[in-house]
Design a protein around this ligand. Structure first.
Ligand code: ADP
Ligand code: TRP
Length: 330
């Protein structure tokens, strides 16, 4: 990977972050800071589509930022900020809205799924992919790592960039989605995709007692202790995999394939593994939350850094569309 390649992605502060978010998004993003020009942000404007309580949104935003920093995101290596602190995101959204067809947005699965689930859509939910396009295009990002469910939104951003460039001249880099096919979907306690909306999640920084009761509630099949078990169709095994080295996993596989394995024993081991995996990060997070001023300073420095890039793009965009009326165009 060329270290100049600009990699960009964001995460919504719509609840406490869970280990699906960690392995699926945060960990790979933190790795990107070593090999690319990384832009990583907390998308609080997107969360406005579903969170309608100011304290909750503000609290989740700070908590998500502290999580990222505690887990290893280095604001010296990456540009790390809160979306709403850079007003150019909303400014570009409006401009892009006018080169986005209704049909393009009507075809978006995420929107259609929410409507099918019975949610009464607001315009924000419908226009969500345009804000996401602005996020990406504002920074001229080359690669956008996302989960499979967001691939279409990156393709929409690419379409919008293409329409804009066609209409007003080359302005935006065409971004590409980056889906890590190796990264399996992390299962939740019930075996479905781990998601805060299914209430099957294990939060990264959950208190120990809660971790215990959540892990003990992981759904397993009804095979008896004396039966041979099936590691490849067991979500307990799939979660254990995330917290163990290859040899340890092989050892567990061996135990599954012999009579005598108790799921409750595996669950107890998993609790210890999860707890110790995040222990150093837990301390760092507590320290950050104890010093809110430091956290705010990091975020405002990040927003200042992001704004420089965002403004450079916006100056070109305003000129291209004719909003920059102070200059006569030749
Ligand atoms: P949730 O489903 O809990 O609302 P989001 O949709 O906000 O989570 O996901 C934020 C990021 O975390 C996305 O990049 C998504 O791909 C990743 N992610 C969320 N859940 C999982 C999961 N179970 N496995 C892998 N990645 C996940
Ligand atoms: N919509 C993404 C999600 O829910 C979050 C997001 C917002 C994003 N803006 C982005 C991801 C820009 C990548 C690039 O997961």
């Amino acid at each position: 990977m060329n270290p100049q390649t600009r990699v960009l992605s964001g995460i919504q502060p719509s609840g406490q972050l869970h280990i699906g978010n960690y392995f699926g998004m945060m960990k790979p993003m933190i790795e990107w800071q070593e090999k690319s020009d990384l832009f990583c942000f907390i998308v609080n404007l997107h969360a406005l589509t579903t969170v309608f309580d100011a304290r909750t949104l503000a609290g989740n935003t700070l908590s998500a930022a502290a999580d990222f920093l505690a887990l290893g995101l280095d604001p010296e290596k990456a540009t790390f900020w809160v979306q709403g602190d850079v007003p150019q995101h909303t400014e570009l959204t409006w401009i892009l809205t006018n080169v986005t067809s209704m049909g393009l947005l009507e075809r978006c699965h995420a929107y259609k799924d929410k409507v099918a689930q019975g949610l009464t859509p607001n315009h924000g939910l419908f226009a969500y992919p345009v804000l996401m396009a602005a996020d990406i295009l504002l920074y001229q990002a080359n690669l956008v790592p996302v989960g499979r469910d967001q691939k279409q939104h990156v393709e929409v951003a690419r379409d919008i960039a293409g329409s804009f460039n066609h209409l007003y001249g080359e302005t935006f880099v065409l971004p590409e989605p980056l889906i890590d096919e190796q990264l399996a979907t992390i299962p939740g306690l019930d075996g479905r995709k781990m998601s805060k909306s299914y209430e099957n999640a294990l939060d990264i920084f959950i208190p120990r007692e809660e971790l215990k009761s959540r892990v003990m509630a992981i759904v397993t099949d009804t095979r008896a202790v004396s039966d041979i078990k099936d590691p490849d169709n067991c979500n307990l095994f799939a979660l254990y995999r995330l917290f163990s080295a290859a040899e340890e996993l092989e050892e567990l596989r061996g135990r599954y394939l012999k009579p005598g394995l108790k799921y409750s024993e595996v669950k107890k081991e998993l609790i210890d593994r999860i707890w110790s995996h995040f222990a150093p990060h837990r301390e760092k997070r507590a320290a950050l939350l104890k010093e809110p001023d430091t956290l705010h300073d990091i975020l405002s420095a990040g927003a200042a850094k992001a704004r420089v890039q965002a403004e450079a793009t916006m100056a070109r965009v305003r000129r291209a569309v004719g909003l920059d009326h102070s200059r006569r165009r030749g």
